[in-house]
Design a protein around this ligand. Structure first.
Ligand code: P6P
Length: 344
């Protein structure tokens, strides 16, 4: 009887994509392959966090004024140290670092820019809720700058990403990514016994409309009336439009996004008056919204700041925050109609 294969590894999938891309030089393949190693190392530490004393905070505060958990720091270091020596990047940007991360002078530079949130949802680390790594990859526009890139080289609209995706460290570790241009969104599950990510979710398509809404409703008194009306809409009984929706909110963006990507639904982090320093909400454009917006769009969904596509926003700062409505296209367009005032 023929031995059942282990299926397609992500490495094979990336090489297949490279073969289909005539101008591919293998640089991108090298980049993604090394990112996979970083994901495996982080996955191992996340999964044994309960056993090893790396829980709890470091006492440090990051650029977002958030307590840095030891695993945050570890994940950040793993990605930086693994990715800086492969000769494919000219710089990096991390949610944990206020400034651009330069490639040390003794390492070769490349034409790609990696922006990432090393461990999103970190407040859930010690309660064993799924957390994740989010990444977006750009190509520097002027390769003459790759020796000394500036923030201007990095602040590109999300539509310019050449790839984007995330690792979700949960009951299993799954890597979901897309290289855009209609290549689809694919998910690969890590088989620790094999040490490989194997294709488990081929060509993910998000339902055009869902039945799930995800938002932290404890902030209702910090929202404006349009936002309140939108959330009320999802809670209102209406047989014709299959409402109310079901509320699901984990408090870990990658976990909430991944569930809605597979099942359909909308995740919302509206602008709020909770923190005067963050009037446009908590989530970051460059390392959270843009990568997930590319995945959503490539899977047939949509991501908006409430007025237009996330991917069209011209960034003004590495850590700028943005309201985020992301998921099933019809649900996000409806959210946009409420927030932009076209509908009440
Ligand atoms: P709140 C985690 O800290 C995070 O950045 C996202 O993963 C998550 O969606 C959001 O914050 C939760 O924020 O304000 O609802 O606790």
């Amino acid at each position: 009887m023929q031995q059942k294969g282990i299926g397609i590894t992500i490495t094979q999938h990336i090489l297949n994509q490279q073969r289909e891309n005539p101008e591919a030089t293998g640089a991108f393949t090298t980049l993604l392959t090394e990112l996979l190693v970083a994901g495996k190392v982080i996955s191992r530490e996340v999964n044994k966090a309960g056993l090893v004393d790396i829980l709890g905070d470091t006492g440090k505060i990051n650029v977002q004024d958030e307590e840095v958990q030891k695993l945050d720091l570890f994940a950040n270091q793993v990605i930086i140290q693994r990715m800086q020596h492969i000769g494919q990047l000219c710089c990096m940007g991390s949610e944990e670092d206020p400034e651009l991360i330069r490639i040390p002078s003794d390492y070769p530079k490349g034409n790609y820019i990696l922006l990432f949130d090393p461990l999103d949802g970190s407040s859930n680390i010690d309660v064993n809720i799924s957390i994740g790594t989010i990444f977006g990859i750009y190509r520097i526009k002027d390769s003459d700058h790759k020796g000394n890139p500036t923030i201007k080289d990095v602040l590109q609209p999300g539509i310019e990403q050449v790839a984007a995706g995330y690792f979700i460290y949960g009951s299993s570790t799954i890597m979901v990514y897309t290289t855009g241009k209609g290549t689809g969104v694919h998910g690969f599950t890590l088989f620790p016994s094999v040490g490989e990510f194997l294709l488990s979710h081929k060509d993910i398509r998000i339902p055009s409309r869902g039945k799930i809404y995800s938002v932290n409703e404890s902030y209702v008194h910090y929202w404006d009336n349009k936002t309140k009306a939108l959330i009320e809409y999802f809670k209102t009984r209406d047989k014709e439009t299959s409402r109310p929706y079901t509320a699901r909110y984990v408090g870990s963006l990658v976990a909430d996004f991944h569930r809605n990507l597979l099942k359909g639904g909308i995740f919302m982090y509206p602008a709020d008056q909770k923190d005067p320093k963050k009037p446009t909400g908590k989530l970051r454009l460059m390392v959270e919204a843009n990568p997930l917006a590319m995945v959503a769009r490539e899977a047939g969904g949509y991501a908006s700041d409430g007025h237009g596509p996330i991917l069209d926003i011209s960034p003004t700062a590495l850590h700028q925050r943005v309201p985020l409505y992301i998921g099933s296209k019809e649900d996000v367009l409806l959210a946009e109609s409420f927030i932009s005032g076209k509908r009440s």
